[in-house]
Design a protein around this ligand. Structure first.
Ligand code: URP
Ligand code: ZN
Length: 452
């Protein structure tokens, strides 16, 4: 074997068991009861050996609100690797007036030069005038079987209407593609933004007040209705409310294939954050109440929520300060590096099992998004592995994290359990707080459709 991991506790969705893993080249070659011999040997005694984390919702170097998100494909994936992330899915967002293919090629090229872990892309469609017959099939065949439609962000030129959503749901139903949505009722939130600005209410807290829970709840319900009528499948990005969760539960119970994602900030933080330095917490949808946090935690633990991602879209404090009124603050927060430590530490405290953790962080994103060679510790899969020390205690701080930022939304949070070694396709890229990977070593992964 080229590399072996001996004496660790291997975590799978089905159970946790003592085992030894042998890696040959880029693949897991054997899983054995007895310790293995290899050119390189890692002793994982007392540690958990888990599939590498897949973060299916990140926005590296994204132009937004007159600036660009602060992590590029290099800094963002290095930070991810320190947090046990071995695959990301970013977005190829179609510029208005252009075909979706130019965005796909450009985004692929930008990422390929810089990523230190593997990546894939969702196709984000914004201008159906430029999408021709047969293009959706072509995009799926190019290895991008998932789409993102924005049901808001009109002035940013990203929003599509309900007719576009319904048409894409119908087309993907027959082609086995998956439509995902950013679900917020645009007309209502735009009305509230205009009203608050007219009244001179411009502070960051009005970002949240202009997007109350029902703005998301109504939109998720609408998207589900369209999905049901189209006999299709739907993925809900970054769900933040108990109302959204209720809609998902009800749809799943009636047999609608709706899949839901939430993020650590919607589990851990509340709208109280908007009272001081609120601009640092402006993201869409916004932070909610403690009761939403608790409902979403139960959704994750009990299987209603399928995936926990980060929506990593960071802006430094100087970028956040560019918005002199709440509607001009660049939307988004960092998270890629803290996903696993926060979910392990806080999830287990609340009764989540390690089995469920790997399901929402690795197994489900691989299955739902068609990353065939990833997401599980099984013979034949890519050797994308994170070794986590459950005894390691850290206090999270931007000063010791690796994201290209001068703040952390989890500053001061004490976590127990931390990733100590990250292996990507058989190569140790992080070990003991050191990075050993190389810029551009990550690969574009063509995904398959229909895995959900
Ligand atoms: O505030 C957010 N979420 N920014 C990133 C873009 C998006 O909506 O996913
Ligand atoms: Zn979004």
């Amino acid at each position: 074997m080229d590399l072996v991991i001996n004496n660790g506790k291997v975590v799978t969705p089905q159970g946790v068991f003592q085992a030894n893993i042998g890696i040959e080249g880029e693949k897991i070659a054997t899983i054995s009861r007895s310790p293995l011999k290899g050119d390189e040997v890692i002793d994982a005694s007392g540690k958990l050996v888990m599939p590498g984390v897949i973060d299916p919702h990140v926005h590296m170097e994204l132009p937004f609100g007159g600036t660009v998100s602060a992590d590029d494909f290099k800094t963002g994936t290095i930070a991810g690797a320190f947090g046990g992330v071995t695959t990301i899915i970013d977005f190829a967002i179609q510029p208005n007036g252009e075909s979706p293919f130019s965005a796909i090629e450009a985004r692929k090229k930008a990422a390929e030069r810089k990523v230190v872990v593997d990546f894939a892309l969702h196709a984000s469609l914004t201008d159906m005038e430029k999408v021709e017959d047969g293009d959706i099939r072509k995009i799926i065949e190019m290895g991008l079987p998932s789409f993102k439609l924005f049901m808001t962000y009109r002035k940013e030129g990203l929003m599509v209407d309900d007719g576009t959503l319904f048409a894409l749901l119908q087309e993907t139903a027959s082609l086995k593609g998956l439509v995902g949505v950013h679900a917020e009722n645009a007309a209502v939130l735009e009305y509230l933004i205009t009203k608050f600005l007219r009244e001179g209410r411009t502070e960051p807290k009005y970002h949240a007040l202009s997007r109350p829970n029902f703005v998301e709840g109504e939109c998720i319900n609408r998207a589900i209705t369209l999905t049901e009528e189209a006999n299709s499948s739907l993925y809900i990005f970054h769900m933040s409310t108990k109302e959204g969760l209720e809609a998902v539960k009800s749809a799943k119970t009636r047999g609608v294939n709706v899949l839901a994602e939430t993020c650590p900030h919607y589990l851990m933080l509340t709208d109280e954050k908007y009272e001081e330095n609120g601009q640092l917490y402006v993201m869409s949808p916004p932070l909610r109440k403690r009761e939403d946090n608790e409902a979403l935690w139960q959704g994750v633990i009990n299987g209603w929520i399928d995936v926990v991602s980060t929506d990593h879209c960071p802006f430094r404090t100087d970028q956040k300060a560019m918005g002199d009124t709440f509607d001009k603050i660049p939307n988004g927060v960092p998270g890629i590096e803290t996903l696993l430590p926060v979910m392990f530490s806080e999830g287990l405290k609340r009764g989540m099992t390690p089995e469920r953790l790997v399901e929402v962080l690795s197994y489900n994103p691989a299955r739902i998004f068609g990353l065939e060679s990833k997401g599980a510790i099984e013979v034949g899969k890519d050797a994308d592995i994170v070794i986590l020390d459950p005894r390691e205690e850290r206090t999270l701080s931007y000063e010791t994290l690796h994201m290209n930022l001068d703040y952390s939304i989890f500053e001061g949070l004490k976590v127990k359990g931390y990733p100590v070694t990250t292996i990507s396709r058989g190569e140790v890229i992080v070990d003991n707080n050191e990075f050993y990977g190389k810029e551009g070593r990550g690969r574009f992964i063509e995904r398959v459709s229909g895995g959900w």
